[in-house]
Ligand binder design. Structure first.
Ligand code: ARG
Ligand code: ASP
Length: 716
């Protein structure tokens, strides 16, 4: 009877762990989900999505620029991704005369498409399960060190062998925390050119204010094109290269979405940690993130204060602000989501059921031990985790310290270092210095230094912190401001002129002088402390944690029918599916599933940078000149939400309808559901996509770049 009860309990609890809408699935194993997807409304087959025997949708999805997803939308290699994914390239091509960030960019002819040296698009050609070979000869008795060695050796030989008969790049990736391994074959395209981007007040409409938030009105897309050699194979940039002819490209649907429509997202999610024990989630959400959020709040407040005062500073700190602000806002959402959703309690309840399951058989004891052993390791780890957090978030947020850490590379130069090596290092540092000073505003950095050093000093115990923090006590009687004044008064690193002079005149005998610079002293003190006292212990804890996680994962895989468990995101191609729909974020509030251009006009405010609307867009809005891109309700739909389980890296991913036609581009998640990387709740975890009809309206009506529309396959 007890056993029966436990089985029931387990089933109920599992229901809270894996539900419909949750999961990022391996495309090569999608057959397992096909029935459920079709029951939810999908009209195509798993084989249409992923096949290695004939062309399929996977041939139209790429890892864009190493961190985002892109999709092919024409037989001429035309590629769509997010504006925030193309941002760096749009910025790099911008000058004062041609400010593409502000004004947008549209290549009206193929000749105007801009080369982006270094930008890649990676396409998965095949993936093969090699678990048996990777784990061959490993048993439960194999020690963790031996296990790591054996796996490394096996992977090396699998890769060497695979390389012999393929032109593709190969790698072996771990899934389910080392319980499954796939050999991946990837084609890497190296000539990817910039074709179009809307102005930032469309592509980044709402800016950091609206980031991670629904309702959203961002036209978050940019356009690129893959070029290949005349033989059709990937090649480095060459004027003679020709547009790539993909085996598959997406057909675009102009039908839009209705509530409860089936959708799926195909892309490259980067990292999730869905199978952590409660003790780990507790540490992340209740110890680490609050500190990071607190530190970043202080920094962002300082940025804001100066950015509001000065237009030049606003631009200088725009990208830094976006970078810090993106994680800052997300982690606030995670903390709150875990609390509201009672995430820790749910994990604990699951662990109870897991323990009960383990107790049912002697052979399951090892799984029980793994779960139990997490607690002491995480307790040990906390000290090192926090030391790392303060080092990176407080110490290295002081820009001059980070810059000094770069300059400190010169310390390795001795009188025996060959001159070419020195020259190379000097020229590298000159580049770093030029980039640093271009976007450096010293008053911000001084204020950041005072707040960050104060926080660092207050949080880390005297016997476990960089020496420099104790010197503030000894020499400056604990007066952080006095120390910061001394630091900025004495260092040569606040002046581009002085830095360049130093670099120009550099010879090995000058290393001593550099090492006495107070910014370099501070940087070295922090780095030395980290390397000597934190790094090795952190790694040791992480190795232990990973081994426990592997066994705990194996236990969960044994306990839960395999079909229901998906591996954490690991930057490999995945499929996730869910239905279109709004949600109830809190009492008395209900979100509709789509936004329109009306909302943009409601948010419009010429005085607030994030909410400026261009005259051209307003004119089109007022004339209701939406062409065939209007919804059947007559309005211009801008964005929509659905229950797809996505994460960072999924930006730019195609969101597709039941027939596999393109509905839009995924670009974000809703703030209430940002905890989905740790624990997923389908009632509040939604992905945000820009409606493809808004994208086409902008390309066609706004920019008049009709040649791009003409090459797409559009289903009206
Ligand atoms: N939150 C989204 C993601 O994590 C979009 C970030 C870019 N947009 C912005 N306003 N910073 O990447
Ligand atoms: N905005 C994220 C990205 O850039 C997507 C997400 O985290 O939902 O990949």
């Amino acid at each position: 009877m007890k056993k029966f009860f436990l089985t029931i309990l387990t089933t109920i609890l599992l229901g809270t762990i894996v539900r419909a809408d949750e999961g990022m699935w391996i495309p090569a194993l999608l057959q397992r989900n096909e029935a459920e997807m079709q029951a939810m409304g999908m009209k195509i087959t798993a084989d249409d999505i992923y096949s290695i025997n004939h062309s399929s949708m996977k041939d139209a999805v790429v890892l864009f620029g190493g961190g985002c997803t892109g999709e092919l939308v024409s037989d001429q290699g035309l590629l769509l991704t997010n504006h925030h994914c193309g941002y760096g390239w749009i910025q790099r091509h911008s000058t004062v005369e041609h400010d593409y960030l502000t004004d947008g960019f549209w290549a009206m002819t193929p000749e105007e498409e801009l080369a982006c040296p270094g930008l890649t698009a990676v396409m998965l050609k095949n993936m093969v399960d090699v678990t048996d070979r990777v784990l061959e000869s490993i048993t439960y008795e194999t020690s963790d060190e031996d296990r790591a060695e054996i796996i490394k050796k096996h992977i090396k030989s699998i890769i060497e062998e695979a390389k012999k008969d393929t032109e593709y790049e190969v790698s072996v990736e771990s899934f389910y925390i080392g319980n499954q391994y796939f050999l991946m074959y990837n084609e890497v395209f190296k000539d990817v050119r910039m074709v179009g981007a809307p102005p930032s007040n469309i592509g980044k409409f709402g800016g950091d204010t609206d980031n991670w938030v629904w309702p959203r009105h961002t036209g978050d897309f940019s356009i690129f094109r893959i070029y290949v050699g005349k033989d059709g194979k990937p090649a480095e940039y060459n004027e003679e290269n020709v547009p790539y002819k993909p085996d598959y490209h997406f057909t675009i649907s102009l039908k839009g979405v209705e509530k409860d429509d089936f959708t799926f997202v195909f892309g490259y999610p980067a990292r999730t940690n869905e199978y952590l024990p409660a003790v780990a989630v507790d540490q992340e959400a209740n110890v680490v993130y609050p500190v990071v959020v607190d530190l970043r709040t202080q920094i962002l407040d300082i940025y804001n204060k100066y950015q509001e005062k000065d237009a030049k500073v606003r631009i200088q700190y725009a990208s830094k602000h976006a970078g810090l602000g993106n994680g800052w806002k997300k982690w606030m959402g995670v903390i709150e989501g875990i609390r509201n959703f009672k995430g820790i309690d749910k994990k604990l309840a699951f662990e109870q059921a897991y323990n009960d399951w383990c107790m049912q058989s002697r052979s399951r004891m090892k799984y029980m031990h793994a779960l139990r052993d997490f607690t002491p390791v995480y307790e040990e780890y906390e000290k090192y985790r926090m030391a790392t957090t303060y080092f990176t978030e407080a110490g290295l947020s002081i820009e001059i310290i980070e810059f000094a850490a770069n300059m400190a590379k010169l310390s390795e130069v001795t009188k025996d270092t060959p001159q070419e090596e020195i020259d190379e290092l000097i020229s590298e540092l000159k580049e770093t210095s030029a980039a640093f000073f271009k976007d450096y505003y010293q008053p911000i950095d001084e204020e950041v230094a005072v707040t960050m050093l104060t926080a660092y000093r207050a949080a880390q115990p005297e016997d476990f912190r960089p020496e420099i923090l104790n010197e503030i006590d000894k020499i400056f009687k604990g007066d952080v401001k006095a120390y910061v004044d001394y630091l900025f008064g004495k260092t040569i690193l606040t002046s581009e002129e002085k830095v360049n002079k130093f670099l120009d005149e550099f010879k090995p005998s000058k290393v001593k002088k550099l090492e006495k610079d107070p910014a370099v002293v501070a940087a070295n003190s922090m780095m030395d402390f980290y390397v000597e006292n934190v790094m090795a212990k952190s790694r040791e804890c992480n190795a232990k944690i990973n081994n426990l996680r592997r066994v705990y994962m194996e236990g969960q895989m044994k306990m839960i029918p395999e079909r229901n468990l998906y591996p954490d995101a690991n930057f490999t191609l995945r499929v996730t599916y869910g239905k279109v729909g709004g949600f109830k974020p809190r009492d008395a509030v209900e979100y509709r599933h789509f936004t329109t251009l009306d909302g943009i006009m409601q948010k419009e405010n010429p005085d607030i940078y994030d909410y400026v609307v261009t005259d051209r867009l307003r004119e089109l809005y007022e004339a209701k000149d939406f062409g065939c891109y209007a919804d059947k309700d007559g309005t211009m739909h801008v964005a929509f939400i659905a229950g797809n389980h996505t994460t960072g890296g999924n930006s730019g991913s195609p969101i597709l309808n039941a027939e596999g036609k393109l509905l839009g581009l995924n670009f974000d998640r809703t703030w209430e559901g940002t905890m989905s990387d740790l624990i997923y709740d389908p009632s509040i975890c939604k992905n945000i996509s820009v409606d493809i009809r808004y994208v086409l309206f902008l390309i066609d009506k706004y920019a008049g770049c009709t040649r791009l529309i003409d090459e797409m396959t559009i289903d009206e």
